[in-house]
Design a protein around this ligand. Structure first.
Ligand code: C2E
Ligand code: MG
Ligand code: MG
Ligand code: MG
Length: 291
């Protein structure tokens, strides 16, 4: 409690800030408890479609936390805390194994093709923990998952913090046959020279740029520039946060390779994903005007 007076003045705690600290402390404790058993977490999957026919070419695994009292807590809230406290490695290992197991089963059921990609988000902390490659190799072996079917999504901040290490570990992962995507591209304030030094295969245009497409803003120019930068470096480009027809028209016209967003589908649990995959043409017949 903040004292009203005296030497130990700690009343610079704004009530709002105090609440935030309390929430963070609570979530830190609860995360530690939940990550010991992992039974409150689930993996959701958001489809990615190709830019021509809107065929599903893969999914991104997105973790969800269903807290018994607090309800669903979004990863935007708990992943940063899990990163700073280190439990992200436990949760991340689990997400990785669970999503490989699930999509491998879908493949065995004939619901997804042999060249499908599973994309998993990985944070710097996970890569630094040391056992990442060992765990990766074990999961691939135990689930019968082909490295070519796996993509890891990393953010630019990784390269800023520890470039030498990033080059080393990403090279090792890439050597296994796993592809590497840069997530939230364009938001990281990092220099672009890493693009030529790292084994990167895909750029994902951040949702904040896609959101403003067609509003006569400079975002159109930025999106076009990212696509042509990617292509001139021989990289594929995925747009995230695609919500509107206008986004798709613009992105198609500018040769964006793949789309992901609510226009097609929100992240789905296994039941809903299975149902979607059972449809003959989940998205192909969508009424997007031909260009
Ligand atoms: P991200 O990797 O950039 O994932 C995309 C986020 O955008 C997801 O939020 C997704 O649900 C949301 N999204 C997709 N399409 C649309 C759209 O059309 N409109 C809008 N408004 N949102 C859209 P989500 O699932 O809440 O995840 C937030 C972030 O949490 C992820 O951003 C990722 O950085 C992190 N995250 C999620 N799962 C994991 C995980 O298993 N491990 C790690 N390390 N991070 C994760
Ligand atoms: Mg991602
Ligand atoms: Mg992203
Ligand atoms: Mg994002």
């Amino acid at each position: 409690h903040a004292k009203k007076s005296g030497k130990n003045k700690i009343q610079f705690f704004e009530p709002r800030l105090h609440e935030q600290v309390m929430e963070r402390n609570l979530l830190t404790l609860e995360l530690r408890r939940a990550s010991a058993r992992l039974n409150e977490f689930q993996v959701y999957f958001q489809p990615k479609v190709d830019g021509n026919e809107f065929k599903i070419i893969g999914v991104e695994a997105l973790v969800r936390w269903f807290h018994p009292e607090l309800g669903m807590i979004s990863p935007g809230k708990f992943v940063p805390i899990a990163e700073s406290t280190g439990v992200i490695t436990t949760i991340g290992d689990w997400v990785f194994e669970e999503s490989c197991r699930i999509t491998r089963n879908l493949q065995r059921q004939g619901l997804i093709s042999e060249d499908w990609k599973l994309a998993v988000n990985v944070s710097l902390r996970q890569l630094k923990e040391g056992h990442f490659i060992r765990n990766l190799s074990r999961v691939l072996k135990e689930t019968g998952f082909k490295p070519e079917n796996l993509e890891i999504e990393i953010t630019e901040s990784m390269f800023m913090e520890d470039t030498k290490y990033a080059v080393h570990i990403l090279q090792e992962i890439h050597n296994l046959g796993v592809t590497i995507a840069v997530d939230d591209f364009g938001t990281g304030y990092s220099s672009l020279n890493y693009l030529s030094r790292l084994p990167i295969d895909v750029l994902k245009i951040d949702r904040s740029f896609v959101m403003d497409i067609g509003k006569d803003s400079c975002e159109d120019t930025i999106v076009r520039a990212i696509i042509s930068l990617a292509h001139s470096l021989d990289l594929k480009v995925v747009a995230e946060g695609v919500e509107k027809k206008e986004h798709i028209e613009f992105l198609k016209r500018n040769q964006c390779d793949a789309f992901q967003g609510y226009y097609f589908s929100k992240p789905l649990n296994l039941v809903d994903l299975t149902e979607l995959l059972t449809l003959k043409y989940p998205f192909e017949k969508r009424g997007v005007p031909a260009l």
